[in-house]
Design a protein around this ligand. Structure first.
Ligand code: AMP
Length: 280
């Protein structure tokens, strides 16, 4: 498995692939790979000839007091998992390569990134759009796969691609869950057994809302009240937001239009910040 660290090498390798008419699929990740990431790689492999996985813990998408320094890093293990899942190449640059001294250019999406996680993490999506725009420019993939688990990120990227005329198809893949429903996340490894049990309340709250919608309850306030009540019974869970939003704009809606809305939750489980969502 080829692992490329330099931008120049990545550009020339991608150029070479394009000259051979290979369809390039990109899966951007921050490493600490789990089955959710691997499902994106497999989906990319179904749709593209060559799958490139980027592994980069992107400093600009972390706030000052967030977990950038402690974010789990294990490149050899991640490369092995990428290979097993069918990836062809890993792009793993250093932070200095991506943001050299004096770096000063950023990409900002100014609508979708303001709601939900944008409120509690005001510079997060600027970091995401900047790194994804850079990856698109370096690799020029034909398609890129993102996970529904980070639904707002997917919507922001789609908007950026549309607004800035990137020639890349954005594919959003379903959320992969643990058998009991907890959404897989690189941050789950930071949960103790007790926290892990309490974290399940997030999925249960989403699941409850989905059941209510299927039973004919469309009022957002009622659904949110039920979901927050459920999580409120867990001592270690502190809800950051529970919202019902339009899937495209991420703006809050008062009534669920089935097929158009989703419930999104962000919560602290002690010091671990988790997000999840469910399509309604
Ligand atoms: P991350 O490494 O957390 O930045 O995530 C990299 C990509 O994997 C993003 O597109 C995420 O949405 C996606 N992803 C993370 N967790 C899951 C999951 N449980 N199921 C599907 N995709 C996921």
């Amino acid at each position: 498995m080829q692992v490329i660290a330099s931008i120049f090498d990545m550009q020339s390798t991608a150029e070479d692939l394009r000259s051979k008419d290979r369809l390039i699929g990109l899966v951007p990740t921050m490493g600490a790979l789990h089955e959710g990431h691997l499902s994106l790689i497999r989906l990319a492999k179904e749709r593209a000839d060559t799958v490139i996985v980027s592994i980069f813990v992107n400093p600009t998408q972390f706030g000052a007091n967030e977990d950038f320094a402690s974010y789990h890093r294990d490149l050899p293990r991640d490369v092995e998992l990428c290979e097993k899942a069918g990836a062809d190449l890993v792009f793993a640059p250093t932070a200095e390569e991506i943001y050299p001294k004096g770096y000063s250019t950023y990409v900002t999406e100014e609508s979708i990134s303001k709601t939900l996680c944008g409120i509690s993490r005001p510079s997060h999506f600027r970091g995401v759009t900047t790194i994804v725009a850079k990856l698109f420019n370096i690799i020029r993939p034909d398609l890129a796969v993102f996970g529904q688990k980070d639904a707002q990120q997917g919507a922001v990227i789609k908007k950026m691609v549309n607004d800035l005329h990137f020639c890349v198809d954005i594919v959003v893949a379903p959320t992969v869950r643990e058998p009991d429903g907890l959404a897989m996340s690189s941050r789950n490894r930071n949960l103790t057994a007790t926290q892990r049990t309490e974290a399940l309340a997030i999925f249960q709250a989403l699941h409850k809302a989905k059941e209510m919608v299927d039973g004919g309850v469309y009022n957002a306030d009622r659904l949110i009240a039920e979901a927050t009540h459920h999580m409120g019974e867990r001592r270690r869970v502190r809800v950051i937001y529970t919202s019902i939003v339009d899937r495209g704009t991420m703006e809050a809606v008062r009534e669920v239009l089935p097929g158009k809305a989703m419930m999104a939750i962000a919560a602290w489980v002690d010091e671990v910040r988790l997000i999840d969502n469910i399509l309604l």
